[in-house]
Write a protein that binds this ligand. Structure first.
Ligand SMILES: Cc1ncc(COP(=O)(O)O)c(C=O)c1O
Length: 465
């Protein structure tokens, strides 16, 4: 058991004691608590800090720890807020579910991250410790980002540091782009299905999301895109040309120029969400931004996936006056990204362990992808998997036409398998039921058992007579 869980258990035990103790009464000393509960002094200190945060105890230096009454304002009638707020604009339930950590003991086939033991925890914690010791990282930061970090992102994208804007993850970058370049009621075009986070960001900005179909080669048909942009008047296309989440597909390189030309003709920015940049499993994809002298592309590069979820650092790389427009929007929204995080991110990606980490993650993901794909084909049939991704973390698994993906994912959760239902990812009507089955976090043997459970649920699905 780790220190955090022991401290939480001790806090649970002490909480009931403290709640019934008279306010002002003194708790036993830390040493006595450690001896009584068979834990170390760090665990006691952490547990007491948890209770102090809840307002249940107060620690007075040199005197000890005392019970106190948490003073909370009694709850009133908040129902008036429903009228005041009006209709909800953001449907973030499915996105929220994605962010929940895997349930202990379940097979994690829904994770969008590497398993914790494969995340570069040591690189990040050392970098954070170094960053916390640098006075510069505790102060204010240039709103466009730490110059050295912008230079790193620029080099990676073949751009100039002035073209880079650092954001607190892709989600913040998307919010900035959509609110800076569109007005409520405008259209934004997205491939369907697409990333739930992008859908939520568009809803939050009050935009109409207009779907464009992905063709069999993984890219929208240029004529389809032309029609969607013409009919909607959208000035932003959000796209995932490399290892799309959830489909795992990529745009063939030969389609890039034509699709960019269509967008350019309509005066439409293309947001290239390169979220899986560090998870290339075959080939060497060329970013759209590499063939974009006129600044049509806004390239998004996130570090949250390949480092740790807590390092919420990403960049928008653009070209031309749009960068200043976005910088103004970002600054208005949240001023700047914490210097501690930016210094730590720079330290991680420029340190000697980074390339090694990216290489070993790739080797691990290739093995896991292949084993999971084989398990899906074996248990669910060859038609269930029409595409094996060259990039990213997920398989997009087709279910029989009469299956209910939401019900199936719920039944899988009850059976101890966490998997993601496909329906919420579609921009409009789903073209058939799917599950997103992720290979990043589950051990391959466990993942194969999980797929067997899914296959059993598909086989035994309720059928209408
Ligand atoms: C398509 C896509 N874009 C971006 C991200 C990463 O977002 P962020 O940088 O906000 O963590 C994800 C994470 O799941 C994703 O799937």
């Amino acid at each position: 058991m780790n220190d955090d869980s022991s401290a939480r258990r001790l806090a649970d035990t002490l909480r009931s004691v403290v709640r019934t103790a008279p306010a002002g009464s003194r708790l036993p000393s830390s040493r006595a608590l450690a001896a009584e509960h068979g834990v170390g002094p760090v665990t006691v200190a952490t547990a007491l800090r948890l209770l102090a945060a809840e307002g249940l105890v107060e620690t007075r230096p040199g005197e000890g720890t005392f019970a106190r009454r948490a003073s909370t304002t009694p709850g009133g009638d908040t129902a008036w807020q429903l009228t005041a707020m009006g209709p909800a604009t953001v449907q973030a339930t499915a996105l929220g579910a994605l962010l929940r950590p895997p349930r202990p003991g379940s097979v994690p086939l829904s994770s969008g991250y590497l398993a914790p033991e494969h995340q570069p925890h040591h690189l990040v914690s050392q970098a954070l410790a170094r960053a916390a010791r640098r006075p510069a990282s505790l102060g204010r930061v240039d709103p466009t980002g730490l110059p050295e970090l912008r230079a790193w992102f620029a080099t990676e994208a073949g751009a100039r540091p002035d073209d880079v804007l650092v954001c607190a993850g892709t989600q913040a970058a998307l919010a900035t782009i959509l609110s800076s370049l569109c007005r409520p009621g405008d259209a934004v075009v997205m491939e369907s299905p697409t990333y739930l986070g992008a859908l939520a960001a568009a809803q939050a900005a009050g935009l109409r999301v207009v779907p464009v179909h992905r063709g069999p080669d993984g890219a929208p048909d240029p004529q389809d895109l032309d029609r969607a942009l013409q009919a909607s008047g959208a000035r932003v296309l959000y796209a995932q040309p490399h290892g799309a989440n959830p489909t795992g597909t990529s745009w063939p390189a030969r389609t890039h120029r034509e699709l960019l030309a269509v967008a350019r003709r309509h005066g439409c920015f293309v947001v290239e969400d390169d979220w899986a940049h560090d998870f290339v499993l075959a080939g060497s994809p060329r970013p759209l931004a590499a063939d974009d002298p006129d600044g049509t592309v806004l390239h998004l590069r996130s570090l949250t996936k390949s480092t740790v979820p807590a390092l919420r650092v990403a960049a928008v790389v653009g070209r031309g006056p749009v960068v200043a427009r976005l910088a103004a929007g970002r600054t208005a929204a949240d001023l700047y990204v914490s210097g501690v995080l930016q210094h730590a991110a720079l330290d991680v990606v420029t340190g000697p362990g980074w390339r090694r980490h990216v290489r070993s993650a790739r080797t691990l993901l290739i093995e896991r992808r292949d084993l999971l794909a084989a398990a899906v084909t074996r248990h669910l049939g060859a038609d269930a998997l029409t595409h094996v991704p060259d990039q990213g973390l997920h398989l997009w698994v087709r279910l029989p036409d009469d299956a209910d993906d939401l019900a199936l994912a719920a039944a899988a959760a009850t059976a101890g398998v966490d998997v993601t239902a496909g329906s919420p990812w579609w921009v409009s009507e789903p073209a058939g039921p799917h599950l997103r089955v992720s290979y990043s976090a589950a051990d391959p043997a466990e993942a194969a058992q999980g797929v067997e459970v899914l296959a059993g649920l598909v086989r035994d699905r309720p059928r209408t007579p």
